[in-house]
Design a protein around this ligand. Structure first.
Ligand code: NAG
Ligand code: NAG
Ligand code: NAG
Ligand code: NAG
Ligand code: CU
Length: 430
């Protein structure tokens, strides 16, 4: 485990980073044209009425992608028309018409928000399925997800399975909320660019009883966080507005049981086990960072990611960041928008329910990127089995499996997790 922690430290900083030497800020993202990209198959819808001025480029690309996907599926349907009459199997087939729609938190009604929150709290009350000798800190069904993520952290980040693994993980969580806690909706996402100027003003983090709680208590006198590490301060994030236990809202008394493994806040009690799987009950803390949200998750950053990375490996790598070059990326930027404990801990971050909103947005970005060129990107893959290919390992393949441990869903191959309308899935994003 020592080696793992060293490897993790290379990904993220640890506590007590000294104030960094001045570092030049990253170049501003290039100014992007607001014109629609050319869809891979231009159709009548592609030249619709002009969009409202205020629409985010990120959402416009998601819409273009969905239209592309529709055209692609229509073309497929035409091509397979003479195969035979529709059989009983086709009745259950997932289509755009019967697919679940994952929505932004702000689009849910007050009642729907409260039902979601209640389901998460229910999951945290249900007994865990993880054997206690494997993870004594996994006390609840909610913790089964955290324990699985901690256990596999070094083979699911900076690797070829990053996007599909987290897609499957987020889906399994949504299914647990539905099947084990009676939730009727789907996993909402948090649209980073919509709230990048101040996430505390978003309905997700405003601290009200229809939010998932907001910021933590403000703790003064904290150091900057260096990423990837204090010795290699590629990115220096100043402390945010919180840092301590949540101040209000439904998750104020939520317990974090697992981790930390690589904490970014000082004064977090260490886990009794070096692997972070021991029992370490403590409050949920956050440190909402405008520096992270404004610097890395604005509309221009997301649009740039989606439009300028046609190669899978570039897309996945730029999404996750290039720390030595001072590029945090939307994935890490989004994690540090939430920050603190466990939000800023690469291993234990699913211990904050905000994780699933962030990762639904990661997944929506992947889905959008795929839909912008369905034919070439649906099965696209890149990356290897090891974090940043260090140490060198073979390329990830579509035959490799995604295993979610005691989360308790079947293993699937990556090839069955690339299409949100196939394999175990049947959903799209609004
Ligand atoms: C900040 O960094 C300094 C220098 O490394 C260290 O002595 C101090 O303990 C740190 N403070 C906190 C709150 O982590
Ligand atoms: C961690 O992973 C190992 C190997 O993949 C597995 O045998 C073990 O059951 C996992 N532990 C937990 C707590 O999921
Ligand atoms: C974030 O903080 C760094 C210093 O740590 C600064 O250089 C950068 O300009 C800040 N970015 C934003 C968007 O505030
Ligand atoms: C691994 O993938 C890279 C591109 O991502 C490719 O250039 C290389 O040839 C692949 N290696 C093998 C052994 O297939
Ligand atoms: Cu992760």
């Amino acid at each position: 485990m020592k080696a793992s922690i060293v490897a993790a430290a290379a990904l993220l900083s640890s506590v007590g980073a000294a104030p960094p030497p001045p570092h030049p800020p990253p170049p501003p993202p290039p100014v992007l044209s607001l014109r629609l990209p050319t869809p891979s198959q231009p159709g009548p819808l592609a030249s619709g009425p002009p969009q409202a001025e205020s629409q985010l480029g990120t959402d416009e690309l998601a819409d273009v992608g969905l239209r592309n996907l529709r055209l692609f599926l229509d073309a497929q349907r035409v091509n397979t028309k003479n195969v035979g009459p529709p059989g009983p199997k086709d009745a259950k087939k997932c289509t755009l018409e019967n697919a679940a729609v994952r929505r932004e938190w702000s689009a849910l009604s007050e009642k729907e928000k409260k039902e979601y929150i209640a389901a998460v709290q229910c999951l945290a009350e249900k007994p865990s399925k993880t054997p206690s000798e494997l993870a004594p800190g996994a006390k609840s069904r909610y913790d089964d997800f955290v324990a699985t993520h901690i256990n596999q952290t070094l083979s699911i980040h900076g690797t070829g399975n990053f996007l599909t693994w987290h897609r499957y993980f987020t889906w399994a969580y949504e299914q647990a909320l539905r099947n084990e806690c009676g939730y009727k909706g789907y996993q909402p996402y948090y649209n980073w660019p919509k709230w990048a100027e101040d996430p505390r003003k978003s309905p997700l983090f405003d601290g009200s009883d229809t939010s998932i709680s907001g910021d933590g208590e403000f703790i003064a006198g904290r150091n900057n966080t260096c990423i990837p590490s204090p010795d290699a301060c590629g990115i220096s994030l100043p402390p945010g507005n919180g840092g301590g236990c949540l101040k209000s809202g439904p998750f104020k008394d939520f317990k974090v049981n697992l981790g930390p493994v690589v904490p970014v806040s000082a004064n977090i009690p260490p886990n009794p086990q070096p692997d972070g799987l021991g029992y370490n009950p403590r409050c949920l803390s956050r440190d909402i960072s405008l520096n992270a949200s404004q610097g890395w998750t604005r509309d221009s950053s997301v649009v740039h990611l989606l439009k300028e990375n046609p190669v899978y490996l570039d897309f996945a790598t730029n999404m996750q960041g290039n720390f030595p070059e001072g590029f945090l990326g939307v994935h890490t930027g989004g994690h540090f928008t939430i920050g603190a404990d466990p939000g800023g801990d690469l291993f234990a971050s699913p211990g904050d329910p905000a994780f699933y909103f962030h990762h639904a947005m990661i997944d929506r970005s992947y889905w959008t990127w795929q839909n912008l060129d369905v034919e070439n990107r649906m099965f696209a893959l890149g990356g290897t089995l090891t974090v940043g290919n260090n140490p060198p390992s073979r390329n990830t393949t579509l035959d490799d499996v995604l295993n979610l441990g005691f989360v308790g869903v079947p293993e699937v191959q990556i090839r069955d997790a690339v299409d949100t309308l196939a394999g175990p899935f049947c959903y799209v994003y609004a």
